[in-house]
Write a protein that binds this ligand. Structure first.
Ligand code: SF4
Length: 167
């Protein structure tokens, strides 16, 4: 039985446990090793190296979507890739987050004139954080994870407030 059924969803025990789980999630964000175009090499693979040391933030890459919390859409999303991006997102367990990386993923970038390119990956999956640039620096990717962490902390309060209002 879920804890909120046992103790009530306004109990201190339940609220503290929710806050603890979100704190743990925010500090172990595992992203899917998946790249679409040059952004994945220029920013994401460089970011995974020892120089930037993402491990200290609890950020690691995983090879399968079922073990990943974060999908980073790094590159130009065209119609051919749409099904793959959507399928990978759906295979990830909840809760999950999406970081759109680079001008192409955000808006189509330099390829937005082409008829087979999406003008933003948010047409396919819900995006939590956008990283600007072409290509973004690894530091930008790092900053995006720190922002995502803050967003998860903020969502804890919103989620608990919504439960209180909805009873
Ligand atoms: S934003 Fe620039 S670096 Fe990234 S995929 Fe597009 S063209 Fe390549």
């Amino acid at each position: 039985m879920a804890l909120d059924k046992l103790t009530g969803d306004t109990s201190m025990l339940f609220i503290k446990s929710e806050q603890f789980f979100d704190w743990a999630r925010a500090r172990s964000l595992w992203y899917l090793a998946f790249g679409i175009a040059c952004c994945s090499l220029e920013g994401l693979i460089a970011a995974s190296g020892p120089r930037f040391d993402f491990d200290r933030h609890g950020v690691f890459f995983r090879g399968v979507p079922r073990q990943a919390d974060v999908l980073i859409t790094a590159g130009t999303v065209n119609y051919k890739m749409a099904e793959i991006v959507t399928r990978l997102y759906e295979q990830m367990p909840d809760p999950k987050w999406v970081i759109s990386m680079g001008a192409c993923s955000n808006t189509g970038g330099p390829f937005r004139e082409y008829p087979n390119v999406f003008l933003g990956v948010d047409e396919l999956v819900p995006v939590d954080i956008y990283i600007p640039g072409c290509p973004p620096r690894p530091e930008s990717v790092q900053y995006a994870f720190l922002e995502l962490r803050e967003k998860i902390y903020a969502q804890t309060g919103e989620r608990l407030e919504a439960r209180r209002i909805n009873g």
